[in-house]
Design a protein around this ligand. Structure first.
Ligand code: GDP
Ligand code: MG
Length: 598
């Protein structure tokens, strides 16, 4: 296949604007899927994904399209995940494309992720083709949305296709634009092989299946390949493309997208963003932009029923096979027993894994509040890294504590600058830069402690900007902070699962609020239960859960708590999970109460 006949593109959109529906319709229009398959949204293949309306795993599909010019083109549609936790994977898959369809809902107009995704595509130098979708809706205002794309994003939308993915309107126009405006791949066939890995998944029969795009050279069956980040060498046993059904091929050359099987046992050996080269004739340099993925957020995960500990281990082993960014190791808590400390890319990733364990493996869980990794420099000159607040040494042994900082890039319409700055100040942010851009947009850059982002930063940002602000972050390193460990005592005993690390200036406030919250969340027991928040030996807050009176039934779980996060709402719906901590029955919500502190 000549690269001149190939077009590689992805679809980007704000959630619910119709990305998956459009992808399906394109598949159908080009004859890639049959009537029966239409029943299901083809590109979203996990139940959980469909329910949450997000795409976690990347996929690609090869399509054939006979254009109006009479030529048959090979189109590769590469799907991208839709959340900031996975922004690295999004950027890798965009890198595998030359163009992107920017789908905007004709009724909703431009929203936060429209901007954020546009920005990512633009950074990857893609040809961006706006598509105004859902024009069949009675409240569709395509012309207003066209103007919004030009005003807010600052992108020419004069040629934007007016489409309805649902009704199948505009599909041919979209495909014609892809063929006309998206440039063909430009790699060199005679160069040593360089292929970009944009996804990999574990298959119980075949081992790891890598999804990749050939940039230079040719990948052949039987070839010895080297994965450049790890230096490991494997023999290619199978190559294929998805149409969307897997079809074996003997080779893939410049610009082609497909999958490779090479007896790789672990997804951790085939990292997203890595370059595949020919082991016998290796490329001089890998493709740019590889970043090893490191977990940013940690929490303890414990089975409600301690006898399910081994089941939990098996569940994590299975999930890890498919998720290179999940990490875990055993830990014990005096309060919760045996469990695991798990590392995640971010909060959404954390919620997804928790939900999958509960749903796919039927293991009810207790999870502790998320934490980041702190660097503790001790007075004896040693340095330790702490991902579990419980392990923080006593204050007199600490010389200083450093915490991870991120560089946050936020883009929003001008009018929200004040609100964004306020949130960033509240989250201990340090102002870095601000830039006014085309289309009445402003780009704000802050340095922020990751620990503050982990809580409800993103929600706050969204609600105070009516959802318009985009948010992207990268880790920039560690900075010293005046941090202290706060312990919570129930009935005079430290409950390790409640310990958290907090900035000294906020410690008093958080301690008081948490104690008050716990008083409401923990049901009355047969006896009085004091709750104390302490730093070292100093009690900063005290509350008392009064003993149950005989005539009062135990239905006194706090009903008036406004839960900020969806997760917590979900847990409320489910049956109450209680864990006996010493002699006190503690519900799951209590362990997450720290998330709702501001
Ligand atoms: P995604 O989150 O961007 O992948 O969005 P989906 O493709 O899942 O679509 C979100 C919702 O919008 C679904 O209920 C779709 O049926 C609906 N939808 C998608 N395209 C259209 C369209 O062109 N017209 C109408 N009326 N609804 C649409
Ligand atoms: Mg979708």
């Amino acid at each position: 296949i000549s690269p001149a006949m190939i077009r590689n593109f992805s679809i980007i959109a704000h959630i619910d604007h119709g990305k998956s529906t459009l992808a399906d319709r394109i598949l159908e229009f080009t004859g890639a899927i049959t009537e029966r398959e239409k029943q299901e949204q083809f590109l979203d293949n996990m139940d959980l994904e469909r329910e949450r309306g997000i795409t976690i795993k990347l996929q690609s599909v090869r399509l054939r399209y006979q254009a109006k010019d009479g030529q048959v083109y090979l189109l590769n549609l590469i799907d991208t995940p839709g959340h900031v936790d996975f922004s690295y994977e999004v950027s890798r898959s965009l890198q595998a494309c030359e163009g992107a369809l920017l789908v905007v809902d004709a009724a909703q107009g431009v929203e936060a992720q429209t901007l954020a995704n546009f920005y990512l595509a633009w950074e990857n130098e893609l040809e961006i083709l706006p598509v105004i979708n859902k024009i069949d809706l009675p409240n569709a205002e395509p012309e207003r949305v066209r103007k919004e794309i030009e005003d807010i994003i600052g992108w020419d939308a004069s040629e934007a296709v007016l489409a309805s993915a649902k009704a199948g309107i505009g599909m041919e126009d979209i495909l014609e634009q892809i063929v006309k405006h998206i440039p063909p791949p430009s790699g060199k066939v005679e160069d040593p092989l360089r292929a970009l890995i944009f996804d990999s998944l574990y298959d119980p029969y075949k081992g790891v299946i890598i999804y990749m795009r050939v940039v230079d050279g040719t990948l052949r069956k039987g070839m010895k390949i080297e994965l450049m980040a790890t230096g490991k060498v494997y023999e290619v046993t199978e190559i294929g493309v998805l149409t969307p059904h897997p079809v074996a091929v003997s080779e893939l050359s410049v610009g082609e997208v497909g999958f490779v099987v090479a007896n790789i046992k672990n997804v951790k050996d085939s990292r997203v963003g890595d370059t595949i080269t020919d082991a016998d004739r290796p490329a001089q340099e890998p493709l740019p932009g590889y970043r090893p993925i490191t977990p940013m957020v940690f929490c303890g995960i414990y089975p409600v029923d301690s006898s399910q500990y081994e089941d939990l281990r098996e569940a994590l082993e299975k999930l890890e096979l498919n998720d290179a960014s999940l990490s875990y190791e055993p830990e014990t808590s005096t309060a919760l027993g045996f469990g695991f400390r798990c590392g995640f890319l971010g909060l959404l990733h954390m919620e997804i894994i928790q939900e999958r364990i509960e749903r796919e493996f039927q293991i009810p869980l207790i999870t502790t509040a998320p934490s980041v990794i702190y660097h503790v420099y001790q007075t004896d000159g040693s340095k330790i890294e702490i991902e579990n607040p419980t392990l923080m040494p006593a204050q007199q042994k600490i010389e200083r504590v450093e915490e991870p900082y991120i560089k946050a890039t936020m883009m929003a319409p001008n009018e929200y600058v004040g609100s964004i700055m306020e949130i960033c100040q509240n989250k201990r942010g340090q102002y870095v830069d601000m830039e006014y851009m085309e289309g009445n947009r402003v780009n704000l850059i802050y340095r922020l402690p990751l620990a503050e982002i982990v809580y409800d930063f993103f929600d706050q940002l969204k609600s105070s900007t009516k959802g318009y602000a985009s948010f992207d972050y990268e880790l920039i390193g560690y900075q010293p902070s005046d941090l202290v460990k706060m312990d919570i005592l129930l009935n005079g005993e430290v409950v390790d699962a409640f310990s958290f690390i907090v900035h000294r200036d906020r410690a008093y406030h958080r301690g008081k609020k948490l104690a008050a919250k716990l008083r409401k969340l923990i049901p009355r027991q047969m006896f009085e239960v004091p709750i104390q928040a302490v730093i070292g030996n100093k009690v900063v807050a005290r509350e008392t859960i009064r003993a149950m009176r005989k005539n009062v039934l135990a239905k006194c779980y706090g009903g008036d708590i406004t839960r900020k996060r969806k997760l917590l709402e979900k847990q409320k719906e489910g049956k109450k999970r209680m864990k006996s901590v010493g002699s006190v029955e503690v519900p799951q919500e209590a362990f997450m109460a720290i998330l709702q502190m501001d």
